[in-house]
Design a protein around this ligand. Structure first.
Ligand code: NPG
Length: 377
């Protein structure tokens, strides 16, 4: 389902990039480390008709993927933004082609493309959701729960999120913190919709251990093995009853096609940053939908900018499983948008205003900014 009606061209006068440090309401621990402050790059595209906003979802260190804040900052300022500014006037759908010669750096590309998309759609008065092909006005909201001090603390945390109304729980696992954590949550809450996410922490040699999770009737196990272990994921999938979902491995629509063909992915997590932008994310959705593979929208602790964009993406028809599109308050006491996403009856609303449908809280943006630069044409 390609974009039905492309956006009009915009003229780009410049890009402003900022590194933000936003405190998290509680530490977020995964198999690759603990974050207490979200470091993120916010992109502002400057056009004669107004600004557009995007977000580069890298982390401070290359632990989830090879990209990290300073690599994205460097490649965006040195190569990507200048290439877009050289094109000067272009439609958002042309951004990926302009950036294509530069290998990799998908999160950096995605953030720049999103800022151009937002600027173009705001100028036309069109909402991002309508543009992408959203078919829902709100999306069911799941929550991703980091590794806690012990299983009892995990049960407390999960209970709090269930009380808030989240419709699906995902817990992070790693070797030594898998079967007992999952058992504790199942024992405490019965048949809730439950997933586990390993963030590449295992190898195929752990297949027997991972098969122990089968008895918990999980919706899926996410990314048990390394990013480039497609063949091993297929081999593991044959040994598990729990469906294998891929996150880190799916870096493009082509990667999704290959993973599906190999039998490595029964479910796919779609993250725009990981695949190089929201337009490629729609193509991943399309490939999966054609193959009968359910998708859901992943999260990268987005600010109100990326969270609004994710809600719109998650409203596409192939997103048949609840995603990690939580309320802003799950991560932040203070966001950088004037109306942060809230949980309403287990759902997050798809914004309907022009572009991403958000307004920036300029004071909050300035307060969280630790580095800032303006690149003009
Ligand atoms: O709700 O935004 C969210 C967080 C969801 O668990 C989540 N994200 O592996 O998917 C992941 C994880 C992540 C967060 C990975 C930040 C990398 C950086």
């Amino acid at each position: 389902m390609p974009i039905a009606r492309p956006a009009a061209s915009v003229t780009l006068d410049g890009f402003e990039l900022r590194v933000l440090h936003i405190p998290l309401v509680s530490p977020f621990t995964t198999s690759f480390g603990t974050e207490t402050v979200r470091e993120v790059i916010v992109v502002r595209a400057l056009t004669p008709d107004g600004d557009g906003w995007g977000e580069i979802v890298t982390q401070a260190a290359p632990l989830y993927s090879s990209e990290y804040t300073q690599s994205a900052w460097d490649v965006a300022l040195r190569f990507l933004a200048p290439a877009i500014l050289d094109a000067r006037t272009l439609a958002p759908e042309q951004v990926a082609g302009v950036l294509e010669p530069f290998v990799g750096h998908r999160m950096a590309k995605a953030g720049l493309e999103l800022a151009v998309l937002d600027a173009a759609l705001r100028a036309e008065g069109r909402a991002f959701g309508e543009y992408l092909g959203a078919v829902r006005d709100a999306v069911p909201s799941g929550v991703s729960v980091g590794i806690q001090a012990d299983p009892a603390a995990l049960v407390d945390r999960v209970g709090g999120y269930l009380d808030e109304g989240y419709v699906r729980i995902k817990i992070k696992i790693k070797p030594g913190r898998d079967v007992a954590d999952t058992a504790a949550v199942r024992d405490a809450f019965g048949a809730i919709p439950l997933r586990v996410d390993a963030n590449s922490a295992y190898t195929l040699a752990d297949a027997e251990l991972l098969a122990e999770l089968d008895r918990f009737d999980l919706l899926l196990i996410e990314q048990p093995l390394q990013e480039d272990d497609l063949v091993d994921h297929a081999a593991l999938a044959r040994r598990l009853r729990t469906p294998v979902c891929l996150d880190e491995s799916i870096v493009s629509a082509k990667a999704a096609t290959d993973a599906i063909a190999l039998g490595a992915a029964a479910v796919v997590n779609v993250k725009a940053g990981r695949v190089g932008g929201y337009l490629e994310a729609v193509r991943v959705h399309d490939v999966c939908r054609d193959a009968g593979i359910p998708v859901w929208c992943g999260g990268m602790l987005e600010t109100g900018i990326g969270r609004a964009a994710n809600a719109a993406l998650a409203a596409l028809p192939g997103f048949t499983l609840p995603g990690d599109v939580s309320a802003s308050s799950r991560f932040y006491a203070r966001d950088i948008v004037t109306e942060p996403a809230v949980l309403e009856d287990g759902h997050v609303r798809v914004p309907t205003g022009p572009g991403l449908g958000i307004e920036i809280d300029q004071v909050a943006l300035d307060d969280f900014t630790v580095e800032r630069t303006l690149l003009r044409r």
